[in-house]
Design a protein around this ligand. Structure first.
Ligand SMILES: Nc1ncnc2c1ncn2[C@@H]1O[C@H](COP(=O)(O)OP(=O)(O)OP(=O)(O)O)[C@@H](O)[C@H]1O
Length: 219
C-alpha cells in the first residue's frame, strides 16, 4: 500500500532524510518511531503528498503521484488538523462528507463516538485543543479510508479521548501508519515497527519487546 525507495529530502542545504526505504503492506499496522527531529513527520508529509522528496520514489495505492485520487483513500491525523475554524464541527464533517459522498448518518456516528455530538454546532475556533484533535480524528475516519496515517494523534487528548481513539483504531481493519513517542501505544496498536534515527532507518521488524529494541538500537 505504501512503498518508499531511497527517499531523500533536503530543506535548503540540510538533508533530513538520507535514503529511507520501507514498505507497508495492505492491512499491515506499522509504528514509525524515532526521537525529535529524526524525520517522522517529513515522511508522513511525503506519503500524504504535502511535500515531494528530493530524491527517490514513493508509491501509495499503486500510484507514484500522490494525486487527489490517492489522497481520497487516505485518512490523516497530523499537526495540521485540516479543519476550518469558521465552520462548526458538524459543518466541517459535512464539507468533507460532501467531497467523499459520505452519508449524514456517518457524521452523527463519529461525533457521538468521539463525544462531540452535544457540541456539534459550536464553531471549531471555540473548540479546545483536545476537542479539535478528536474532530480531526473523526474527519480522518469519515470515509473509512484504505490507509490511516496517524502522526502523534494523542497530542492534546485526555484519557477518554485517547481511549476512544484506540477503540476506533482497533475497529479499523485496514492499513495503519502510526507515529508516536509512546512505545506502549505503538505496541498496543501495531505489529511492526520502523525506527528512524537522524533521517535513516535504524530498525525495521516485528514489534516484539519494543522498549528493549528501542533501548538497544536507539540509545
Ligand atoms: N519546512 C522545513 N524547513 C526546514 N527544516 C525542516 C522543515 N520541516 C522539517 N524540517 C527539519 O527536518 C528535521 C526532521 O523534522 P520532522 O518534523 O520530520 O521530525 P520528527 O521526527 O517528526 O520530529 P518530532 O518527534 O519532534 O515531531 C528537523 O531537523 C526539522 O527541523
Amino acid at each position: 500500500m505504501i512503498e518508499l525507495k531511497n527517499v531523500e529530502k533536503s530543506f535548503g542545504r540540510v538533508k533530513v532524510l538520507k535514503g529511507v526505504s520501507f514498505s507497508v503492506s495492505e492491512n499491515e499496522r506499522v509504528a514509525l518511531l524515532g526521537p525529535n527531529g529524526s524525520g517522522k513527520t517529513t515522511i508522513v508529509r511525503i506519503i500524504t503528498g504535502q511535500i515531494r522528496p528530493t530524491r527517490g520514489t514513493v508509491v501509495v495505492c499503486g500510484r507514484d503521484r500522490i494525486d487527489e485520487s490517492v489522497k481520497s483513500r487516505m485518512g490523516v491525523v497530523s499537526h495540521n488538523t485540516f479543519l476550518y475554524d469558521d465552520l462548526t464541527a458538524y459543518e466541517n464533517l459535512q464539507f468533507f462528507a460532501g467531497i467523499y459522498g459520505v452519508d449524514d448518518s456517518r457524521i452523527r456516528e463519529l461525533l457521538e463516538q468521539f463525544g462531540l455530538w452535544r457540541r456539534r454546532h459550536d464553531l471549531v475556533r471555540n473548540y479546545s485543543r483536545g476537542m479539535k484533535q478528536r474532530l480531526s480524528i473523526a474527519r480522518a475516519l469519515l470515509n473509512e479510508p484504505d490507509i490511516l496515517i496517524l502522526d502523534e494523534p494523542t497530542t492534546g487528548l485526555d484519557v477518554e479521548g485517547r481511549e476512544r481513539l484506540f477503540e476506533a483504531v482497533k475497529d479499523y481493519k485496514s492499513t495503519l501508519l502510526f507515529t508516536t513517542h509512546n512505545l506502549g501505544e505503538a505496541e498496543e496498536l501495531c505489529e511492526r515497527v520502523v525506527m528512524l534515527r537522524d533521517g535513516e532507518i535504524a530498525y525495521d521488524g516485528e514489534i516484539g519487546d519494543v522498549e528493549e529494541t528501542y533501548r538497544r538500537v536507539m540509545l
